[in-house]
Design a binder for this molecule. Structure first.
Ligand code: ARG
Length: 389
């Protein structure tokens, strides 16, 4: 009896995959795996209900903690961003793919399916994991060259109730760290996104009074919010709500996909914006100038691999090792001010700071300013020897 395991999100593409796998590919049994990486609880519920109706066997895996600890925390340490966009979707794909592989292995199924199109990055991220295993891979959306309009009609014919219409055809990808919105009118990069595409952030126009949040980092990882220790999942969820109210963390950009296509992308990621800004600010206090300069290149290389989903490349582990070593002194506290769409650090302190108020102060007598005179005489020495016409 031919069987498949489908990485199921509950959305339009993967829901449509289920009947397609029976009708077009002749599979008898479609097994779905929904990995919870912090999508809204009601989406998980709706996804489960849809899967129970459509698939033959359904598994839900709560991977939130693993996602935060093994994927988001490394990304904070590496200031994970690509072309100015805080990585989100890219971080979750390898985990979702790995969880799907685990279920297939346990059940002894040989064929894996994802619902990605042939235009984006996600097909590459899934398959970078799927194809390291012994499985056959099927991608119906790409294979059958389906359009979103066709899928909407097909879903309706098969009684699949997805919250996507031809007027609001948004393709949304969510995890605890980031929400991405694509498609429809947004595909015109000149078109201003309507308010309705946002769900985690208020419009910054509503201007609440500024709010300070205090974040404590331990070895590059956030461990407390407003003087309350908490685990990563809770901290990110809380901070998403707080910063979202201030309209923090909206991104509207043109992004270069791995295939080379440019795409208009919209994101919201309030907690991620605050935590990455706070983390980088703390790094500036505790890392040496040489470390900071070098780490820019490491962070960029790390982010590029993460964006491409190449987390199995040995370079990824090499870079993580450097990053982890660098984070041993990234301990301390950052005060972030949230106001009208902004998150700015307004205070930082650390037991590991490479900062001496005593030495740098205008009022200090600890260092004699005159000692710098010799240094200044040599500084720019070669340029002074240039013969100018
Ligand atoms: N362009 C982004 C990325 O490749 C996000 C894609 C998310 N998918 C979606 N259907 N919204 O990381």
């Amino acid at each position: 009896m031919p069987e498949v395991v489908l990485a199921y999100s509950g959305g339009l593409d993967t829901s449509v995959c289920i009947p397609l796998l029976r009708e077009r590919y002749g599979f008898d049994k479609v097994i779905t795996v929904l990995t919870d990486v912090g999508q809204p609880a009601e989406d998980i519920d709706k996804g489960n209900k849809r899967a129970e109706k459509l698939s033959d066997e359904h598994y839900v895996i709560d991977a939130r903690e693993e996602f935060v600890e093994d994927y988001i925390f490394p990304s904070i340490k590496a200031n994970g961003s690509y072309e100015g966009y805080i990585l989100g979707t890219a971080l979750a794909r390898p985990l979702i793919a790995r969880k799907t592989v685990e279920v297939a292995r346990k059940l002894g199924v040989r064929v894996l399916v994802h619902g990605c199109t042939g235009r984006g990055n996600d097909q590459l991220r899934f398959e970078a994991i799927f194809r390291t295993s012994e499985f056959e891979v099927i991608a119906p959306m790409r294979d059958l060259d389906l359009s979103r309009e066709w899928e909407i009609d097909y879903a309706r014919e098969h009684g699949i109730d997805v919250p996507v219409t031809k007027e609001k055809p948004w393709s949304i990808d969510e995890n605890i760290w980031s929400r991405s919105i694509e498609g429809g009118l947004l595909e015109d990069p000149f078109y201003e996104p309507p308010e309705e595409i946002y769900s985690w952030t208020e419009s910054p126009k509503k201007g609440l009074p500024p709010q300070i949040v205090v974040i404590v980092f331990d070895q590059g990882v956030p461990v407390s919010l407003d003087n309350e220790d908490m685990g990563g999942v809770e901290l990110i969820e809380k901070l998403n709500r707080i910063a979202g109210r201030h309209g923090v963390g909206r991104t509207d950009m043109v992004e270069d996909r791995v295939l080379g296509l440019k795409a208009r992308e919209n994101y919201e990621h309030p907690a991620a914006t605050v935590l990455l800004a706070a983390h980088h600010d703390l790094e500036r206090l505790v890392l040496s100038r040489a470390e900071l300069r070098f780490k820019v290149a490491v962070d960029e290389a790390w982010s590029e691999l993460a964006y491409m989903g190449l987390v199995n490349d040995p370079l990824y582990a090499d870079l993580c090792a450097f990053v982890d070593q660098s984070q041993k002194r990234v301990n301390g506290m950052v005060r972030m001010k949230l106001y009208c769409g902004n998150a700015a650090s307004v205070g930082r302190r650390s037991p590991d700071a490479l900062y001496s108020q005593d030495m740098v102060s205008f009022d200090s007598k600890t260092l004699s300013q005159k000692d710098a005179e010799g240094f200044a005489k040599y500084h720019g020495f070669q340029a002074r020897l240039l013969k100018r016409a």
